[in-house]
Design a protein around this ligand. Sequence first.
Ligand SMILES: NC(=O)c1ccc[n+]([C@@H]2O[C@H](COP(=O)([O-])OP(=O)(O)OC[C@H]3O[C@@H](n4cnc5c(N)ncnc54)[C@H](OP(=O)(O)O)[C@@H]3O)[C@@H](O)[C@H]2O)c1
Length: 306
Amino acid sequence: MRAVRFDHYGDVDVLDVVEVDKPEPGPGQVLVAVKAAGINPGETKIRAGELHERWPATFPEGQGSDLAGIVDSVGTGVTAFAVGDEVLGYTNNRASQAEFVLVASEEIVAKPPLLDWPRAGAMFVVGTSAYALVRSAEVSADDVVLVSAAAGGVGSLTAQWARNLGATVVGLARPVNHEWLRGYGILPVDYTGAGLPERVRQALDGRQVTAVLDTHGPEYVQLGLDLGVNPQRIATIADFAAGDRGAKLVQHFTVASPRVLTEIADELASGHLKMPIAATYPLSDVRDAYRELEQGHTRGKIVLLL
Ligand SMILES: NC(=O)c1ccc[n+]([C@@H]2O[C@H](COP(=O)([O-])OP(=O)(O)OC[C@H]3O[C@@H](n4cnc5c(N)ncnc54)[C@H](OP(=O)(O)O)[C@@H]3O)[C@@H](O)[C@H]2O)c1
């Protein structure tokens, strides 16, 4: 089968699509024929060696945790899935960017029929991140929530989720994304240039921000503090040192469970949450897919299709 591999840290050009042995499911495992696999900035950081201390690569290394596909075979003891089932979920083995991927049966759930392959295959990392952020800050209808990178993969779902809970939501984005954000009832504010705290205050007409859900980096944890937000209500997925300032670092994988995957999939299938698909690429063009992602201005998701 074909699979993405790289054998040393580097830029996108270290990525290759190579022939490897098709795996066989062991006890409790399911082999999924992949139809779609989302790509995420964390994979770029691992491939570049930036996370070597925290999450080292072992070469030759594969890539990808997001996946959706069709059950190809099941190992002994698997009763929840049968050959031909349409599923979505994840692997923790950096392996979903391939024609087939082995998963534990609790790492997948049934794909709702109304959820298309690209969204099903791009759901895991961004969906669980948004879910974890919103719950970490215990967002309610009484809140005024600021979401950074509000048009990005995680940010777009996070902002919608907070809005669906009834909160007033300010979404930070470049002007090109403002109309799209307004369409979801989110107040857009341009993050570029000086004077961001003042622009946020102006957009809110005197109301105080009560929670920050950061999907970009430390400067937005600081923005929350500058805006007078209680640090315990500043949650970030992109600042490993957030705890030093009393804010909360949230890791998406801590909420991964069949129940949460099903809840997110149902939100997307019902249309309560919308996931824009910025681009799709065939597996063979994996380098181009990451070149686009690494420009840093994706609206929604980029997905590999097989
Ligand atoms: N800890 C975890 O569990 C976890 C999980 C998932 C992701 N992450 C991390 O979270 C971050 C976001 O992931 P993602 O998948 O959402 O990324 P993404 O989709 O690539 O984010 C793209 C968005 O970032 C915005 N952006 C670019 N530069 C910005 C800036 N200087 N200030 C504010 N926004 C800016 C862009 O907005 P404009 O186009 O409007 O400029 C774009 O919408 C990444 O660092 C990723 O590694 C962590």
